[in-house]
Design a binder for this molecule. Structure first.
Ligand SMILES: [Zn+2]
Length: 57
């Protein structure tokens, strides 16, 4: 299995298990089955895109 197929290495926030996400979505810990929530990546400063984008649920 290649690196790409294993996906990204994750650390379970619940039990601390290290595992590869296998590019699954959602990413579930193989040990405790906790769903991994990726940390929010802040790539840009907050940009106002107009009211319509904010009122969508
Ligand atoms: Zn876990």
């Amino acid at each position: 299995m290649s690196k790409a197929e294993r996906g990204t290495k994750r650390v379970c926030s619940d039990c601390g298990e290290k595992y590869f996400d296998l590019n699954h979505d959602p990413i579930v810990c193989p040990l405790c089955e906790a769903v991994f929530v990726p940390p929010v990546v802040k790539t840009k400063p907050a940009t106002r895109r107009g009211p319509s984008s904010w009122y969508k649920n």
